[in-house]
Write a protein that binds this ligand. Structure first.
Ligand code: NAD
Length: 297
């Protein structure tokens, strides 16, 4: 069987292209979609993510402000900044880059982002609406996975999807989406995690595998059935003696699934490019909601 590589770039490009006229028509009435990113400390990977996000906003002629805070900042100071951003009418999306330093309780901080500007979709109100089947903001990575499935016309309804990972930002919202009775859902969903006794017993029954464990090369060819569609969300740095000192690999051992799987997303270049694109989508959606409010006055 030829295994199709589900690259993220064409999906991402087509979504960004469709956003351009929407941004233009907002601009005509004086609204520029704007993201405020909050980053605490100097974690190098987080700095790169935030820089890439800012560049993506600029490329789409949207705005983004990055608020860089010292590692030893207090919760109260972060909450004061979030309060200002929540009340700033020019800001349509607020993102708090994770992970936060250990002295800051991430729940307290994420809960302080206004659900109306929570473009990451991590606020409990938005997670609740997602579970209810009435999403306000869909968390960007699972949203990107859905868009890949849609673009490559991978059937979902009636199939058995196995998700590996139960984090609040990937595994759980992915479950809520795939199990939902809607166009891109309606699957039978199994969710596996560190408490799962025999992971292979589940993955080998899957029609779709969503690997989001952060465990390099964990899913191998002998754990899957022929014809499965695999979405590899994992991004893992494996140290080696290359010039960079590491190689990025997914949770799926790609070589071993080639020829058995129907399709697989590459790492890098699969789900990765989608996450920032869906952040743009959520922020433009938020700005459009703001336009509707203006129109009502
Ligand atoms: P996390 O550490 O919060 O959660 C990992 C989950 O996987 C946990 O629920 C854990 O129970 C489960 N798990 C870990 N090892 C396992 C194992 N051996 N068997 C079964 N379950 C196991 O991670 P996360 O934030 O959800 O991210 C998961 C991966 O996805 C990471 O590699 C991360 O870098 C990547 N990621 C990629 C993007 C993207 O844009 N492509 C976005 C977010 C996360």
């Amino acid at each position: 069987m030829d295994t199709l590589l589900l690259k993220g770039k064409p999906v991402s490009d087509s979504i960004r292209l469709a956003l351009e006229p929407r941004v233009q028509s907002l601009k005509e009435i004086g609204i520029i979609p704007k993201l405020a990113a909050v980053i605490v400390g100097d974690d190098p990977a987080s700095q790169v993510y935030v820089r890439n996000k800012a560049r993506a906003f600029e490329n789409l002629q949207c705005e983004s402000d990055t608020h860089r805070l010292d590692t030893d900042i207090t919760v109260e100071e972060v909450l004061t900044l979030l309060d200002t951003l929540n009340n700033d009418a020019a800001v349509h999306g607020i993102l708090v880059q994770l992970p936060l330093p250990t002295q800051l309780d991430s729940k307290t901080i994420l809960h302080a982002v206004s659900p109306k500007k929570d473009v990451d979709g991590f606020h409990p109100e938005n997670l609740g609406l997602l579970l209810e089947g009435n999403p306000n903001f869909i968390p960007c990575t699972p949203y990107g996975v859905l868009e890949i499935l849609k673009y490559y016309e991978i059937p979902v309804s009636g199939r058995h999807a196995v998700i590996v990972g139960r984090s609040n930002i990937v595994g759980k919202p992915m479950f809520a989406l795939l199990a939902q009775k809607f166009e891109m859902g309606n699957a039978t969903v199994t969710i596996c995690h560190t408490g799962t006794k025999d992971l292979a017993a589940h993955t080998e029954r899957a029609d779709i595998i969503i690997a989001a464990a952060g465990a390099p090369n964990m899913i191998t060819g002998n754990m899957i059935k022929e014809g499965v569609d695999i979405i590899d969300v994992g991004i893992n740095r494996v140290e080696d003696d290359s010039e960079k000192g590491y190689t990025l690999v997914g949770d799926v051992n790609r070589e071993s699934v080639m020829g058995i799987a129907n399709s697989v997303t590459p790492v890098p270049g699969g789900v990765g490019p989608m996450t920032i694109t869906m952040l743009l989508v959520n922020t433009v959606n938020s700005a459009e909601k703001c336009r509707k409010l203006i129109a009502c006055h």
